[in-house]
Structure formats: structure tokens, C-alpha cells
Design a protein around this ligand. Sequence first.
Ligand code: DGJ
Length: 564
Amino acid sequence: MCALALMAACSQTKTTSALHIPHLQKRGAATQLIVDGKPYLALAGEMTNTASSSPQYMNTVWPNLVKMHLNTVLAAVAWDWIEPAEGKVDFTLADRLIQDARSHHMRLVFLWFASWKNGLSSFVPVWVKANQERFPRAQVKGGKTVEVLSTLSEANREADSRAFAAFMRHVRDVDSRAHTVIMIQVENEVGLLGDSRDRSPAANEAFAKSVPPELMDYLRNHKDSLLPEFRRLWEAAGFKTSGSWEEVFGKGPAAEEVFMGWNYARYVGRVAGAGKAEYPIPMFVNAWRVQPQDKTPGDYPSGGPQAHMHDLWRAGAPQIDILSLDVQSLKFPEVVAQYTRSGNPLFIPESRGDAVGAANVFYAVGQHNAIGYSVFGLDLTTRLLGSGPGTGVTPQVPLDIESLPLPRSYAVLSQLAPLILEHQGKGTIAAAWLAQENADQKIQLGDYTLNVELTRDRRTPNVLPERGYGIFISVGPDEYVIAGNDVQVTFSPNTPGPEIAGLASVETGTYLDGRWIPGRRLAGDDCVLRYDLAAAASVNQSGSGVRFRGDGPSIQHVKLYRYR
Ligand code: DGJ
């Protein structure tokens, strides 16, 4: 082939593959991750921080991840591991991870542990760490220097960006056809700990200056759509459109957090942009969220992508696609709702792997169109056990991984994934996350109201399971696919016509490659009869529904009819 023809062929290949690289796509109300041209649901696990620095260790882990029904692994690549000496890059570890993920039929999300990991700079190469003159650090109250690179340094940002760009160029070179690597987390849980702002000389100088016009313009242009917490802060200081940080956001830690947020967002955005210039797959950041005991920014990482800082991060780091959250809390529905505002797509890189986690993943993908859910530390199988009441598991030795709640939950969701992805964003899918303190919920879906409750035995109606969950998909008129654990559902018509819903047919079954394989036909004791207990003399049957036992989620295909 002549040189010109070869160049033409190459540029064509580049354009074609660029169109097919993993990307986000808005579909109705959902933003989905598209991999190999199709929506993708990440049923994931994150490895503990340094697991991926040892292929030998990972060899012992991969078979367990397969048993857990994972399709995606989140694993660290640290700046220190790929650029141990300045300008000398080594991608052996990343290449080995890609190769091993492929041989286990999994995808990868790389975690770029670079300038910051949990607020600290512990994964930075020593040639950076040991040269404070060239790579300045943050200072906290009392002038104390901490092992945290300062956001205010151009040298820090350039060094990180260069390494990340080299890494992403390499990922493009080795993976732009196979698409094993589907997203990147840029840094980890950024923000300053121990003070509400950096007090280094450079930071003091920047803090005394005017708020940058880019931020002011963003706020002015988005004034009516800002999240309420951020708008209130700006409003309290008089909606000023210019001035110093304290003039525009008021004196005190809240303004200092905004200052830090802007500087972290600008820095991380620049790093992400340098990587995207090489290979533009979706990139996200993760928040170490404010905890109930925290009193002020600095107790939690100040300037991180907290829910109340989302406007600032959108303004400062448009290169970042998702502002994600790490959540171990038992208030999962409440917490994730905060991170789905303003169209932020939901992806949860770190959460629980116990029975609560099994419920969380159902809820995230069914109720909030999540792109995926990931359990922190899944190279340790004990993460599947959790601790304390409500985990629903008695430890066994050796662990029977496949029988545990989260792997069972992932197994069911991987069968349902094509159906879930088809319905996300269309208003035809919902989910419930129930615990004893919120034991029932009403969901409007299709032509019925679904009355979802924790399972109750008619003989012992006051004994409730600790938790229950379900995902509900309206697949046609009078027809639902439901999967759940320890829940029961009765149906009330919400369109004109006969007012009682009855069961036309209920089948348990499985999906194989998207095809329904029916198992048992359910009726009688294996379903629910709903009684109108208020009726004085006799107890009237007022409809019926379906029941999911608590021995791991299962799928039912339900057809209804109506009578009066
Ligand atoms: C949150 C961090 O993001 C993780 O890297 C890890 O250190 C966990 N905390 C530990 O629980």
C-alpha cells in the first residue's frame, strides 16, 4: 500500500474506532454507558488499594470475582507505579490487568491514584514527594506542611497531567479495539483534610484575589438552576457578581470550601482533559461524603465533589462526566438521591457487599438508572459478609461465595441487564429498598399502583424481615417483570375500569441471553391474597399479588386482569 493510502486507511480506522469507544449517551431520562455500541450495566467490585500492584495476588482473586458474577473490576493504577522515575514510564502492571480481565471476560475501570488518594498524596512517586521546592505542598493551620500536593501549583498539575496523558495514550494504543477499559476514575476522594483551606503562601495570595470570571459567569448563567444549598450560600452574601472569595461567598469555612472546591476542580479537570485528549472515554471523580459527626470542611475533605459542591465542580471541571459518591451508609436511598440532581448520572464506585449491598444495587439501577454499582474491597471475600445486624449472613468456612446475597443479586441482575437497560429512562422501571422503619411503598408504574411491602406471613403479620428489595419493569399493558427478595407486591388499577386486580398468570423463571425460560407457575400459597380487613362482618378479598421469599432474589413474570 502506498504511503498516502496507508494514511487514509489509518485515519479512517481511527475515526471509526473513536465512534465506538466507550462513551456516555443520554437516552430519555437516563444517561447510559455505551460499550461496543450497546448500553452496559456495570456489576462491579473495587479492589483494595494496592491489590492491583501484584499480578500474583490478583491471580488468587480473579476466580472469586467470576463466582461473584462481576462483569467489571475497578483497580488502581498509581502514578508511582507507572512513572517511578521522571519521564520513564512502565505500563507492565496495567497491561497485565487488561490481559487478565480479558481472559476472565471482564471489563476494567482504572482508578488514577495520582496527586491525591483520600485527600493525601501517598501514591505520588518519590521524585515528586521528595522535591518540595519544585512540587509544593498544602499547609494547614499553624503553617504546618502536610503530605498533600497543593492545588495551586502549576508544576504539580503539569506533572500529573503528563503522566496521565501518557497512560491514556497507552490505553488507547492497546485497548481502543477491544474496549476492556470502559471508564477512568481521576484521583480518589480529593479534598483537604485538617483545615477548610490550604494556607500556603500561594493559596493565601489566591484567596485574597477576585473570584475568577469563569466561575462568576457560570453562576450568573445558571442562577436559576443552581442546587439550593449552593444558591443559598451565594444569596446569603448578596448574589455579588464580582469580588474576593469572602465578598462573594461570605467569611468563614463555607467560602473557604468553595475556594478549595474551585481549585481542586480546575486541577482535576485539567488532568482529565489531558487524558481525554489522548483517549476520551468517560471519566469520573468520587466523593468522600460529609459524615454525620463532621462539623466543618476539613473534618471531611474540603473542596471535594460533595453533593453541595456539584455546581462548582460542573463549572470548574467540565471534563469530568460523573460526580460519583462512595457510600457505606444504611441510608442508601436518601444519600444517592443527592447525587442524581441536575442530571448527574449515577455510578457508585465504593459501597457495601453484604445483604444491604444486594438491595442497594437493585435500587440504584432500577430507581435511578445507575450505570453501575461497585463494592469496595472485593478481593477480600469477607466483604460479602458485612458486619452487624441486618447483613443476613452467618459466616461459613470456607465461604460458599455463590450462595451469598450480593453474588445472588448480581446473578439475577446480569440476567435482567438487557431488559433493565432497555427500560431505563423511559418511566417504565422502578425499584424499592425497604427496611423495618420504611416497610412499604407505593409505586405508580404502567396502569397500576404497586403496593410494595416487606413480606408478611398472614399468621404472624407483625414479624417483618429486616429488609427487602425489588425491581419492577412494566413490559406491556397488565404485564410486569419483577425481581425481588423478601418483598410482596399487590396491584391497584389506576386507570378507569374494573377496580380490582387479579393474577392472570405468574411464572418464576430465568433469562438466558435475554430470552425468558419459564420455571414454575405460581398461585395459591406462593402468591399473596389481599384482604380488606376493614370490612365489618366478613373479610373481603380485594385483589392479589406476588410474593418473593427471602432466600435470594428471584424473577417473576406477572400478567394481571381486572374484575369488580
Ligand atoms: C475510601 C477510599 O476511597 C478507598 O480507597 C479506601 O481506602 C476505603 N475508603 C477504605 O475503607
